[in-house]
Ligand binder design. Structure first.
Ligand code: AMP
Length: 286
C-alpha cells in the first residue's frame, strides 16, 4: 500500500492506473478505523481493481470545537489496518493540503432542504462542510465510484443529491451498517464510552428492532416513537430524536399505520447521547 500526502503524489499513482486501464474506487473516512470502515474497503475491492482510502478529520464539518479536538486520531494504526485489508493507496492529506486558502465554507449546491432536517438541524453547517470536503476529495482522487456507510443515511442522500447537481462523474454505493455482536452500530466514537456504557448503548438497536416489529403489527408511528423514547430514557440514554421518516425527503411520515401509510420508503432515525457521546443509528423498513 502506498501513502500519498499531497494531491500531486496521489495523481502520480492514479495516472499510472489510468494508463493501465484500471478503474479505482474511493472510500472517504475520518480515520480511527473499525470493521465498519474496513467493510466499505472490502466491498470496494470486490467491485474495483484499485481502491483509494482517505483519512482526514475535516474541520469544516464539526459544529463544536471540543468535538473536533476530542475526535480520535490514530494514523499509524489506520495505515496498518488498511494495508492488511488490501487497500492500494491511503490518501492522508493535512489541513493545509485540503484547505490551502483557509477553512472558510465553499458554495454548496441546492440540497432541497435535506440539509435542514435531522442531522442538518442538530449540527448547523455540518453538511456544508461534508459536501465541501467530499467535493474536494473527489476532485483530488477522481474515482469511478465512492463507497459510503448506510449508517450515515442522510449523508448518503445529501451526497447523492450533490453529485447529481454538480455532475460528479461517479457512482455512489451505500453499504449496510456493520454492527457489534450486541447490535450496536460500530463507530469511531464508541471508543469514548466506558465498558458499562458500551453495553448500555446496545439498547439503541434493540429499540429499533422492536419498533420494526410494532410497525409490522400495525401500530402507529407516533405511538412507537413515544414508547421507544421512553425505553431509551429508562435505560439511561438521552434521546435527541427517534422518528419514522420518509427515506427520500427526510421528513417525518404522517401518523398512519403500515396498511394506510402513503410513504413507501420508510426509515427510522435515532440519535441518543450517552456519557457525552452522540450515538447515531437508523433502520430501513423496506
Ligand atoms: P467516518 O470515518 O465516521 O466519517 O465514516 C467514514 C465512512 O464509513 C462513512 O461513509 C460512514 O458512513 C462509514 N461507516 C462508519 N461506521 C460504519 C458502520 N458501522 N458500518 C458501515 N459503514 C460505516
Amino acid at each position: 500500500m502506498q501513502i500519498a500526502e499531497t494531491r500531486a503524489a496521489l495523481a502520480q499513482i492514479t495516472q499510472k492506473w489510468s494508463e493501465e486501464k484500471l478503474d479505482w474506487a474511493f472510500v472517504p473516512t475520518m480515520g480511527a478505523l473499525h470493521n465498519g470502515h474496513l467493510t466499505l474497503v472490502r466491498e470496494a475491492l470486490r467491485h474495483f481493481p484499485r481502491v483509494v482510502v482517505s483519512v482526514f478529520v475535516n474541520p469544516t464539518q464539526f459544529d463544536r470545537a471540543d468535538d473536533l479536538e476530542r475526535y480520535p486520531r490514530q494514523p499509524v494504526k489506520d495505515a496498518e489496518m488498511l494495508r492488511e485489508v488490501g487497500a492500494h493507496v491511503l490518501f492522508l492529506p493535512s489541513v493545509e493540503v485540503m484547505y490551502p486558502e483557509g477553512t472558510d465554507k465553499d458554495r454548496v449546491p441546492d440540497l432541497n432542504g435535506l440539509d435542514n432536517r435531522y442531522e442538518g438541524a442538530a449540527r448547523p453547517g455540518h453538511f456544508d462542510g461534508v459536501v465541501q470536503i467530499v467535493r474536494r476529495l473527489v476532485q483530488a482522487v477522481y474515482p469511478k465510484a465512492m463507497f459510503m456507510g448506510q449508517k450515515d443515511a442522510q449523508q448518503v442522500a445529501i451526497l447523492k443529491r450533490a453529485a447529481a447537481q454538480e455532475f460528479w462523474p461517479l457512482e455512489i454505493h451505500a453499504v449496510p451498517t456493520v454492527r457489534e455482536s450486541s447490535g450496536l452500530a460500530m463507530s469511531s466514537r464508541n471508543g469514548q464510552l466506558s465498558k458499562e456504557a458500551f453495553a448500555k448503548a446496545a439498547t439503541i438497536s434493540k429499540v429499533l428492532a422492536k419498533a420494526e416489529q410494532d410497525w409490522i403489527k400495525g401500530e402507529r408511528p407516533r405511538s412507537i416513537e413515544k414508547e421507544a423514547t421512553e425505553t431509551l430514557i429508562k435505560a439511561g440514554l438521552r434521546p435527541e430524536y427517534f422518528d419514522f421518516i420518509n427515506a427520500v425527503t427526510f421528513e417525518q411520515i404522517p401518523d398512519f399505520p403500515i396498511a394506510e401509510q402513503p410513504v413507501k420508503q420508510v426509515l427510522i432515525v435515532v440519535v441518543a447521547w450517552l456519557e457525552g457521546v452522540r450515538l447515531i443509528d437508523n433502520w430501513k423498513l423496506y
